[in-house]
Design a protein around this ligand. Structure first.
Ligand code: GAL
Length: 716
């Protein structure tokens, strides 16, 4: 056992370096500035893991093992974009990038080695190697071990996966930087992590509108026609995504427009922009021999080809520059709004093992394993910096990510297509500084179609991906009105969504939150109110109160509640899945209103709600003030004023925030953002009054009216 020196890296964050890691890591590759000022606003905290509890030993097989005790009911969350479970206690998570996360090994598109404990601390291993977290799943031999042996012949309680009382983290051979994040609550841990990584991302306002990706091999006129059909049908749409076919060659790609399908790219993008559509381009990292980049990129690429294309070494400045200059010249300067960065998540042990092997060699000295862990991050970083350089925000899609990504304007997606797993991934992303898009492609039935479309409209990126199936929101005529309603509702809620993202950017608060985060926060607030204060760390009790016998929701022990989530503080979404006509919903404390029926429910318990196909269970918190705008066809560019109505819920006074800025640039970082404090109070003589206290410049919202004491969202 060795002593560990922890050095404070930021308020509530401590770092130690074990071994001699060297090379690029997720955090060094992104090199974001920790938001220390915002971190100071969080509760002061001491190093949560004392020298005595955390154990470090070298392994004879090489590398080292960090371990620490786990309390009996301690939950372990995070570790990236996990699809199969939320609480990872009792599981081994092998955190390697893999486009096929179904095996439940921990491998996934974004295997972030950051764990959040229900007892209010977090651990990050910053490494470009795959790290394994044994989340109470490895049983050490010790003197009482024999007593734990059970006879499978006779004992029905025998379990294949043992549950142990230690967390063990196997560090890579060369070592790694390890960080510990303090609470006291889980929400504080996650906020510290997001702020340490540079804060959350704030998408351009249009990024929160509706997205549609057109079929592969579409040509310019077909794209324009399909886009205009959205307008004709009154279905808002802000972004049209092009799929394979816009390049002159695909798999590998050229990054150059196909002259036959897009004879005038500048004219095409400009006509689309005039009609209020941003254009997003699909691509992947492997450079075709037909690309003008090929010659100069050759020396800067790895030793293995992918589909006959080059795999550039994007840790090299020269490779980054070649790529960025070409993208700037041929797409961004024409007005292209961003990218979908595909196929950067391969693994060699899956059915579709397209990517370079782990032993591939790159000119920078990194090997294939490291490059695969970093590839998605590197591509996000290069394109993010390209747009930043032009003082223009982008928002796009990516299929691989890793630690430190909260500040990157990208949303993850997958070819996996299980609706429940999609919702679970959305929940799990909230522990790891990630955003997730439960995109819709096709459906098994009209019912499945509607349920999936309802979910995606309440996600970080509302997108229909018709690349292979050619579906459109109106593909099922009997469902069109319902789909239109939800896409329009998303547009109406945009001022709320944008504010929630601004809180992510500035305070690190995840915009979409899994229930354990919501409930841990609630318990902490309650604790503050009762002035009992303090962390329960070390008491053996669960800090989150989730899934435990001691917790406020103890009677629901055993259920993960990984099928519902909150957006900001005031909206709760409980998707339904095909085959269901109703469901149980765990409501946090207080009073909640079913947003579309007005039904009132006491929170702090599980309620059952029947929900016909045309409705998604959406709840609003008592006292919430939801800013709503009209369901415009698209987000207006420039400084056009946006009318906003403030909708207050319930019988209690309340307060909230409304954030605004130009919606397009980074000027908000230099004080260009405006926070309105909105309040509803009881008026003298009864009734309510509403006030909006202006703070800062550049407010495009014009508050046109207030609705007080509502129990449902107003109809259009
Ligand atoms: C897949 C991707 C799909 C689509 C397709 C195009 O890898 O997940 O969304 O873009 O490639 O070939």
């Amino acid at each position: 056992m060795r002593n560990i020196d922890w050095n404070q890296a930021a308020p509530g964050v401590w770092k130690t370096t074990i071994g001699s890691p060297g090379g690029w890591t997720p955090l060094t590759c992104l090199n974001r500035r920790p938001r220390t000022e915002a971190m100071k606003e969080l509760p002061e905290a001491a190093l949560p893991l004392s020298g005595e509890t955390i154990d470090l030993r070298e392994l004879r097989a090489g590398g080292s093992l960090l371990s620490l005790p786990l309390a009996e009911s301690e939950e372990l969350y995070g570790m990236g974009l996990q699809f199969m479970h939320m609480n990872q206690r009792g599981r081994t998570r092998y955190l390697r990038v893999n486009s096929d996360p179904k095996q439940d090994t921990g491998e996934t598109h974004a295997p972030v080695p950051f764990l959040v404990s229900g007892r209010g601390y977090g651990i990050l291993v910053d490494s470009a190697r795959a790290v394994t977290f044994y989340c109470g799943s490895a049983l050490r031999q010790h003197k009482d071990a024999a007593a734990e042996a059970r006879d499978r012949n006779t004992d029905r309680g025998w379990k294949a996966t043992p549950v142990s009382d230690r967390l063990e983290i196997r560090l890579p051979q060369e070592g790694a930087d390890v960080y510990v994040f303090a609470g006291p609550g889980m929400q504080d841990v996650v906020r510290r992590y997001n702020l340490f990584c540079g804060g959350g991302t704030l998408p351009p306002r249009w990024g929160l509108g509706f997205w549609h990706r057109v079929p592969t091999l579409f040509r310019d006129a077909e794209v324009e026609q399909e886009a205009m059909e959205f307008r004709a049908r009154g279905i808002p749409c802000d972004v049209i995504g092009l799929e394979p076919g816009w390049h002159s060659a695909s798999y590998p790609v050229t990054y150059e427009w196909d002259g036959g399908r897009y004879p005038d790219p500048a004219g095409f993008v400009s006509r689309m922009r005039d009609a209020g559509f941003q254009v997003n381009l699909w691509e992947h990292p492997y450079v075709s021999p037909e690309s003008a980049l090929y010659g100069s990129m050759r020396e800067l690429s790895g030793s293995y080809s992918v589909w006959g294309g080059l795999a550039p070494d994007y840790t090299l400045e020269a490779a980054r520059k070649l790529y960025a200059d070409q993208h700037e010249r041929e797409h961004v300067s024409l007005g292209v709004s961003g990218y979908k960065l595909d196929e950067c998540d391969g693994s060699e042990l899956t059915r579709n093992a397209w990517m370079f092997p782990a032993h591939a060699e790159f000119p920078s000295g990194h090997d294939g394993e490291q490059m695969r862990q970093l590839y998605g991050l590197l591509l996000q970083d290069v394109t993010d910096r390209l747009y930043r350089g032009k003082n223009r925000r982008t928002y796009g899609l990516v299929r691989a990510s890793n630690a430190g990504a909260s500040n990157l304007p990208y949303v993850l997606y997958s070819d996996l297509y299980d609706h429940r797993q999609f919702v679970r991934a959305l929940c799990n992303a909230s522990f790891a500084g990630l955003l997730w898009c439960p995109e819709v492609r096709r459906a098994d039935s009209v019912e499945d179609w509607i349920r999936r479309m309802q979910t995606v409209c309440f996600s970080p990126l509302a997108m229909l991906n018709a690349w292979g199936d050619g579906v459109k929101p109106w593909s099922y005529p009997e469902a069109e009105a319902i789909i239109r309603h939800y896409i329009r509702l998303r547009m109406r809620l945009l001022p709320y969504l944008y504010t929630v993202f601004a809180e992510y950017e500035e305070k690190g608060i995840p915009p979409f939150q899994a229930m354990p985060l919501v409930l841990a926060d609630e318990m902490q607030e309650q604790g503050k109110r009762e002035e009992t204060g303090g962390s329960s760390f070390g008491t053996g009790k669960s800090e989150s109160g989730f899934n435990t016998a001691e917790g406020a929701y103890g009677k629901q022990a055993g259920r993960e509640w990984d099928d519902q989530f909150c957006i900001g503080r005031d909206l709760l979404v409980a998707p339904l899945f095909a085959g269901e006509t109703g469901r149980d919903i765990l409501l946090p404390g207080g009073v909640w209103y079913e947003a579309e029926t007005g039904a009132r429910h006491a929170g702090g318990q599980v309620v059952h709600v029947d929900c016909p196909l045309e409705r998604l269970p959406l709840f609003v918190r008592e006292g919430a003030i939801i800013p709503m705008m009209p369901a415009l066809d698209h987000v207006p560019e420039g400084q056009t004023e946006i009318p906003v109505e403030m909708v207050h819920f319930g019988t209690e006074p309340g307060e909230g925030l409304l954030y605004d800025d130009d919606g397009e640039t980074f000027d908000f970082e230099k004080g260009g953002g405006s926070w309105l404090k909105v309040r509803v109070a009881i008026a003298q003589g009864g009734g309510f009054t509403g006030t909006a206290e202006k703070g800062g410049p550049a407010c495009r919202y014009n508050i046109t009216g207030w609705r007080f004491g509502q129990t449902r969202l107003p109809q259009e």
